[in-house]
Design a protein around this ligand. Structure first.
Ligand SMILES: *Cc1c(COP(=O)(O)O)cnc(C)c1O
Length: 379
């Protein structure tokens, strides 16, 4: 089945009782049993819920995976993955990472004895050098946030396979419309569904997708034991969002490309970070592993003062100043004080994230209107 057909149909069946075409919101905490242990596959709603099941199946289909598991947020999904590990185990992660991921690694799990090493995954030599006999996991985010570096998923998977590692890909920025890491051999795909997949800035949720029976069994055990599950109403909202994922993504990509070009041509703009630009250092890898280049763009101004950046950040009207990304509406953000404030400044600078970097989540509005809005703010 093609992607556009899957987003509309995968995982969902008309209700067998009423024929309702939309998956009902099973707003229940428990399920009646005919006799002890004699039930219809549902016992308690932390463990199973039919609305969540439909969503988990739909997500598995979109990522060409066997299994999907949903969590109360993207961070709850990350939390579950790291709970696969034991004290002393080591994780090698991308150094240009979502701020919350860096925070949970260094501030929550490091104290349980799990070791995190952050390397530039644009350079496979750095990954190889960070390997030790204790390495258990590779943590990849691509495109990276906020510098839009592209990590070669296949090259990482190859290293992971050689050393028997669990390879995790945070696919939030790309969405399954742009790339499917399981097809390249990754062990687990992680999504913050909050972003492109739900797509309407009205729900916080996360998910894991895998083809591996053992990983699925272990992660399902953690999902049920730790209990970071989403409610059925939110699952319904994500199911609804998914039905337009392909048409939204098409527009995000089209607008993203136009705005990146506008920024490149603007005399006041210095650097533009967008993997679709032929000048992007990882453009060839991006072309190979992605179907298109998405709607996330970062840039700096020639005037590198904080004052100039703030003028742009507060000068747009269609681009709202807010954290998050991937919704239908355009957002503008300041990673150093917003999404990436939880990363120490010296770490940010080491990764190339300067204080004056501006990040755009390009929405699905008319590109001409968006460009006019930026033109006014950039001057
Ligand atoms: C937002 C985000 C997360 C965290 O997801 P939440 O749903 O906010 O918990 C993880 N990774 C990336 C790349 C994100 O953008």
């Amino acid at each position: 089945m093609k992607f556009s057909t899957k987003v509309v149909h995968a995982g969902v069946e008309p209700c067998p009782v009423t024929g309702a075409i939309m998956t009902p919101i099973y707003q229940t905490s428990t399920y009646v049993q005919a006799a002890p242990g004699d039930h219809k596959g549902y016992e308690y709603a932390r463990t199973q819920n039919p609305t969540r099941d439909a969503l988990q199946n739909a997500l598995a289909a979109l990522e060409n995976g066997k299994y999907g598991l949903c969590f109360a947020s993207g961070m709850a999904a990350t939390d579950a993955v790291i709970k696969l590990l034991n004290p002393g185990d080591e994780v090698i992660a991308t150094n240009d990472l979502y701020g919350g991921t860096y925070r949970i690694f260094t501030k929550v799990f490091a104290k349980y004895g799990i070791v995190f090493k952050f390397v530039d995954m644009g350079n496979m030599g750095e990954v190889e050098r960070a390997l030790t006999p204790a390495t258990k996991m590779l943590w990849i985010e691509t495109p990276t946030n906020p510098l839009m570096k592209i990590v070669d998923i296949q090259a990482c998977v190859n290293i992971g396979k050689q050393h028997n590692l669990i390879t995790v890909v945070d696919n939030t920025f790309a969405s399954p419309y742009l790339q499917n890491p399981l097809d390249m051999g990754a062990s687990i795909v992680l999504h913050s569904l909050t972003k492109y997949i739900a797509g309407h800035s009205d729900v916080v949720m996360g998910a894991l997708i895998t083809n591996d029976d053992t990983l699925w069994t272990d992660l399902k055990f953690i999902q049920n034991s730790c209990g970071g599950v989403p409610g059925p109403q939110d699952c319904f909202l994500v199911l609804r969002g998914i039905k337009t994922l392909h048409v939204r993504m098409r527009q995000h990509c089209e607008n993203g490309a136009k705005i990146a070009q506008f920024l490149v041509n603007h005399p006041n703009v210095d650097k533009v970070y967008y993997p679709g630009l032929p000048s992007h250092p990882n453009h060839e890898v991006a072309k190979r592993q992605m179907r298109d280049f998405g709607g996330m763009i970062s840039f700096t101004l020639k005037n590198d003062s904080m004052e100039a950046a703030l003028k742009v950040l507060t000068g747009t009207h269609l681009f709202s100043l807010a954290e998050s990304l991937g919704g239908v509406e355009s957002l503008i953000g300041h990673p150093a004080t917003m999404t990436h404030a939880s990363i120490p400044r010296e770490e940010r600078l080491k990764a190339g994230l300067v204080d004056t970097l501006i990040r755009l989540s390009v929405g699905i509005e008319d590109a001409e209107d968006l460009i006019a809005d930026l033109e006014k703010a950039i001057g």
